[in-house]
Design a binder for this molecule. Sequence first.
Ligand code: ZN
Ligand code: ZN
Length: 83
Amino acid sequence: TFGATAATGYEIDEHAATQARWEEASKATIKKTTKPCPHCHVPVEKNGGCMHMKCPRPQCRFEWCWNCGLAWNRTCMGDHWFD
Ligand SMILES: [Zn+2]
Ligand SMILES: [Zn+2]
């Protein structure tokens, strides 16, 4: 009979699959909510629906647009400050 062995194997596979899905999901979330600062490349978390990004590093403090990946400017402020 392969009852117990198969069940254990299935559980391990299921666990690994769940873990893999969870890791993929969390990677996707990080990708979606952080972008590297265009100036110093430190990952910066997006603040809600606002496109105006500011680098948290005191040595940098670069302000840029999440949408364009460029320095924050008047066009960004007018066109897509918020989602
Ligand atoms: Zn920076
Ligand atoms: Zn922009």
